[in-house]
Structure formats: C-alpha cells, structure tokens
Design a protein around this ligand. Structure first.
Ligand code: HEM
Length: 206
C-alpha cells in the first residue's frame, strides 16, 4: 500500500509538470508537443499500464485495510475526538473515494477522448490539440469548482498518506518522523496549489 502510494505520488509530479506547460504558452504548442511525446513514447506507454495496475492495487488494498480497521473496532469511540489521530487521517477512505470519483470523471473528460475520440489538429497541423480540450473544459465554472474541491481533498489524502507510508514501511524515528511530516505537508501543499492553479488561471485569465 505504502510503496504503491509513493509510486502514484511520483506520477502526480510528472503529470503536473506537463500540465503546467499549458499556462506558459498561449499557442499550446509546448503542452501539445509534450502530450504527444507522452502518448507516443513506447516506454511511457508501457509505464502507463504499471500506473493503472498501481491505482487498482492501491484502491483494493485501501478498501481491505479499511474493512480490517472496522472489524478490529466495530464499536466506535464513545467520546468523539478522543483518538490521537489527526482529522483527515480518519477520513482516508472517504477522501480516497472522492478522488476515485474524480478520476472516473477525469478519464471521461480527457483520457477516453484522447485515446478513443477525435481530437482536432492544431492550426499549424503539427500536433493534436489536446490543450484545447483542457482550455474548453475549464471555461465551465462548474468543472472548475469540481476540480478545485477534488484536488483539495487529494491534497489532504496525500498529506496523511505521505507520512503514513513511511510509518508503515517501519521508517519511524523520533528524530526523522517530524521532518518527514513537514516534507509531506510541504509536498502536498505544492502539488495541490500546482493542480488548482491550472483550472483557476484558465478560467480567469485565458
Ligand atoms: C488541472 C488538473 C489536471 C489536468 C489539466 C489534467 C489533464 C489530463 C489530460 C489532458 C490527460 C490525458 C492525457 C493523454 O491521455 O494523452 C490526463 C490523464 C490522466 N490524469 Fe490528469 N489532469 C489533471 C489532474 C489530475 C489529477 C489530480 C490526477 C490524479 C489524482 C490525474 C490523473 C490522471 C491519470 C491517471 C491519467 C491517465 C494517464 C495518463 O494519460 O497519463 N490528473 N490528465
């Protein structure tokens, strides 16, 4: 669970770096070129299967873990807030489920269209204009709100998941654990702000 989670986190960094390109080039050439490279490079295409298996494993293991937790303590604490856990750590299965719903909608928005639909070519005729799909989607305020809320919840999921992964791997140390927590929080904030910036900048400024 921990290793797969950390692996998925590395995908988030690559995906964000490529998506960010759309904000720095109004012609969308830079983003479309990068997206074309990702979609045609055989190594990356093979890696995509590893990614999908990773997502499915992470979801199945998460559900199993949650059921085990419920069975271990069928009656919840009488006094709410009496456990030592942080607020969002108690809601990993809930934030995870919302991220999953987000992913299904996200796939319908982009992945299915990119793989199986017809994407217009750029005016220059050089690449498919996947970037236009993003810009058009984020002209719709409802989608912007949906993406922002879902990504915020992903941020909370990441924040707890990061430190929890190290703990599960047995890398718990009175000296290093606080540092790992800080790194995890800074990383989660950076990822969340990065992803949220894309729909907001497109909606308000493009
Ligand atoms: C503003 C935010 C985002 C934008 C603009 C965006 C854009 C895209 C686009 C255009 C694709 C299709 C790429 C292709 O198939 O050629 C895609 C695929 C995908 N996205 Fe996102 N994405 C965003 C956020 C996220 C987040 C937060 C996650 C994870 C929780 C995510 C996970 C995925 C996955 C797993 C795929 C399929 C694999 C791939 O094509 O690389 N995306 N995204």
């Amino acid at each position: 669970m921990s290793l797969v989670g950390l692996f998925l986190t590395s995908f988030l960094v690559v995906h964000l770096s490529i998506n960010m390109l759309i904000l720095f080039d109004d012609s969308r050439l830079l983003f479309n070129e990068a997206a074309h490279f990702m979609a045609t490079n055989p190594l990356i295409q093979a890696f995509q299967w590893v990614l999908f298996v990773g997502f499915i494993l992470h979801i199945i293991l998460g559900i199993v873990l949650q059921i085990q937790n419920w069975m271990a303590r069928p009656v919840s604490y009488k006094r709410k807030g009496s456990s030592e856990m942080s607020f969002f750590s108690k809601y990993m299965i809930h934030t995870g489920a919302i991220v999953l719903i987000f992913l299904i909608i996200h796939f319908a928005n982009f992945f299915i269209k990119a793989k199986f639909g017809h994407i217009e070519m750029m005016d220059s005729g050089s690449f498919e204009d996947l970037g236009l799909l993003i810009v058009n989607l984020f002209k719709d305020g409802y989608y912007v709100i949906f993406y922002v809320v879902a990504i915020l919840l992903l941020g909370f999921h990441l924040d707890h998941g990061f430190q929890s992964a190290f703990q599960s791997l047995g890398l718990n140390h009175s000296k290093y654990t606080p540092a790992i927590k800080i790194v995890g929080t800074v990383f989660s904030i950076a990822i969340t702000l990065g992803y949220i910036t894309i729909p907001l900048v497109i909606y308000f400024f493009k």
